[in-house]
Design a protein around this ligand. Structure first.
Ligand SMILES: O=C(O)c1ccccc1NCC(=O)[C@H](O)[C@H](O)COP(=O)(O)O
Length: 263
């Protein structure tokens, strides 16, 4: 049976062809000239100190449907930054997550911290789109790419000045993730084929990830107790969307999650 991940990837391939027809890659690449330097997503997360938060701007998702009606990306970005997020992640997929590259642009303009383009990257065109829209980092999902594609997109991202966050769910993809050169590794706790979430998934994989990598636990993080458990297991950063985006007062929710009330 076709999984949601298969459906997203199939729809993304069509979307990429449409985008290329509307705005050819050569023209898009022209916009790379004179861009300001990207912010350092890796260094921000690798810095000493407590576990870091990558706070996600996520309006809707296939597993949850509409998450937040009152949605202004710039305001949410500023709130996240003011309450101690180290980096932002912005969903840019329109069809399944109600996101956009415009949301990324608006969010990045509103803050000084680094911003990740969260999408299903299959083609170099999307890397160029990301950089032109202001992204500092991009997500590469090992389950969506062959080893060869992963390596090529990883190298191209670096050449464009973007930090690749390379994500896996399946433990069998770890060798390909490390072989492509990734030092910022994300373990998704959500099986993108079944939506099942298990926080222990990152904890179980921790010891197989080299100590010089920065490890990000993604999905399903809801409480300060979750954060403490991940931190004690040696996880460097968490990527959190839904549990924050559902709250009326997002700033207070970040404070509670990080155990820093009233920061
Ligand atoms: O969130 C989903 O339903 C989803 C479905 C299919 C593919 C990807 C999906 N989410 C992407 C993510 O990995 C999350 O947005 C991210 O890790 C934050 O997770 P959460 O804190 O649980 O919103």
């Amino acid at each position: 049976m076709e999984s949601i991940l298969d459906k997203i990837v199939a729809a993304k391939r069509v979307e990429i062809q449409q985008a290329k027809a509307e705005n050819p890659e050569g023209d898009l690449r022209g916009a790379l000239d004179n861009l300001p330097a990207a912010r350092d997503f890796f260094d921000a997360l690798a810095a000493d100190g407590p576990i870091k938060l990558i706070a996600e701007i996520k309006k809707a998702s296939p597993s949850a449907g509409l998450i937040r009606e009152d949605f202004d990306p710039a305001t949410i970005a500023s709130t996240y930054a003011q309450h101690g997020a180290t980096c932002l992640s912005v969903l840019t997929d329109e069809q399944f997550f109600a996101g956009s590259l415009e949301n990324l642009r608006l969010a990045r303009e509103a803050v000084e911290i680094p911003v990740l383009r969260k999408d299903f990257i299959l083609d170099s065109y999307q890397l160029v789109e990301a950089r032109v829209a202001g992204a500092d980092a991009v997500l590469l999902i090992a389950e969506c790419l062959s080893n060869k594609e992963l390596k090529r997109l990883f190298d191209e991202a670096i050449d464009l000045g973007l930090t690749p966050l390379v994500e896996l769910y399946d433990a069998e993809r770890l060798s390909a993730v490390l072989a492509c050169g990734a030092r910022l590794v994300g373990v998704n706790n959500r099986d993108l084929r079944t939506f099942e979430v298990d926080l222990d998934h990152t904890i179980r994989l921790r010891e197989r990830i080299p100590a010089d990598c920065v490890l990000v636990a993604e999905s399903g993080v809801r409480t300060h107790a979750d954060v403490t458990r991940l931190e004690q297991a040696g996880v460097n950063a968490i990527l959190v969307g839904e549990s924050l985006m559902r709250e009326d007062d997002i700033g207070a929710a970040v404070d509670r999650l990080l155990g820093r009330p009233g920061l």
